[in-house]
Design a protein around this ligand. Structure first.
Ligand code: HEC
Length: 238
């Protein structure tokens, strides 16, 4: 047990060293991974609630039209610093299906804190039909599901640009220098100033991308801080 915790800590420490730069992707073409100094990196890492709240706003206003985050319940937003009344108000903006009622009918009702965040599509077929055949993945665990999670997500969001000469970009595809193979079916979602922040912090493309990445990292690993505290305590006070 103890060995396992120490091991976890060492892994966290190693992952801080990370890797950045350019590598050749399996599908051909170069991928660029930008390395950012996240507050949650390192063995004493912690989440930044203000950044996560802003990131949640970016998710809602920019990403949620195409991507679900279905493992997240509204009440999980307490981790971001929202109080109960705020969470109720956020949930009430959504409708979820419930039922069956006495007549056996399903019905829609305003969401409550215990409900999961509803998906923008009824099923994968509808999602594909709306996205040129490509399926926007659920974002609940994406920050853990991809190598270099947060750095990769950030690099992907800021990685759009013109294709180099000679590279053909088919209709419905976009050039991205962080995506394996460089051609992605997701149109550039963030340009800068896509949302208005109430705390006056920057809304340039880099800031919005960093905030939404911070939020997605928390969504994928909400207990990260607890895990790190246990790891650190085990190493220093065995
Ligand atoms: C107009 C719809 C649309 C919007 C808006 C959108 N996406 Fe996507 N996204 C897609 C589609 C479609 C794919 C699948 C791309 C593919 O398979 O080539 C995708 C893929 C992704 C992936 C997976 C990349 C990989 O490595 O497989 C991530 C991460 C992602 N989007 C994050 C976001 C974030 C964060 C936002 C908001 C800032 C966002 N998306 C906004 C449609 C969208």
């Amino acid at each position: 047990m103890m060995l396992k915790l120490i091991f976890t800590t060492i892994i966290s420490a190693i992952s801080v060293l990370g890797m950045s730069g350019t590598a050749t992707a399996a599908g051909g073409g170069d991928v660029t991974l930008l390395k950012k100094d996240w507050s949650f990196s390192g063995i004493f890492g912690h989440y930044d609630k203000a950044s996560m709240q802003r990131g949640f706003q970016v998710y809602l206003e920019v990403c949620a039209g195409c991507h679900s985050i279905e493992y997240m319940s509204f009440r999980n937003l307490a981790d971001l610093g929202y109080n109960e009344a705020e969470i109720k108000a956020i949930a009430a903006e959504y409708e979820v299906q419930d039922g069956p009622d006495e007549d056996g009918e399903m019905f829609m009702r305003p969401a409550r804190p215990a409900d999961r965040m509803p998906s923008p599509y009824r099923n994968d077929n509808e999602a594909r039909a709306n996205n040129n055949g490509a399926l926007p993945p659920d974002l609940s665990l994406i920050a853990k599901a991809r190598a270099h999670g947060p750095d990769y997500l950030y690099s992907l969001l800021v990685g759009y640009g013109d294709a180099p000469e000679g590279v053909d970009v088919p209709d419905g595809m976009y050039y991205n220098n962080a995506y394996s193979g460089n051609l992605i079916a997701m149109p550039q979602p963030i340009y800068g100033d896509d949302v208005e922040y109430s705390d006056g912090t920057s809304t340039n493309a880099e800031a919005l991308s960093a905030d939404v990445t911070h939020f997605l990292m928390w969504a994928a690993e909400p207990k990260l801080e607890v895990r790190k505290r246990i790891g650190v305590a085990t190493v220093f006070f065995p």
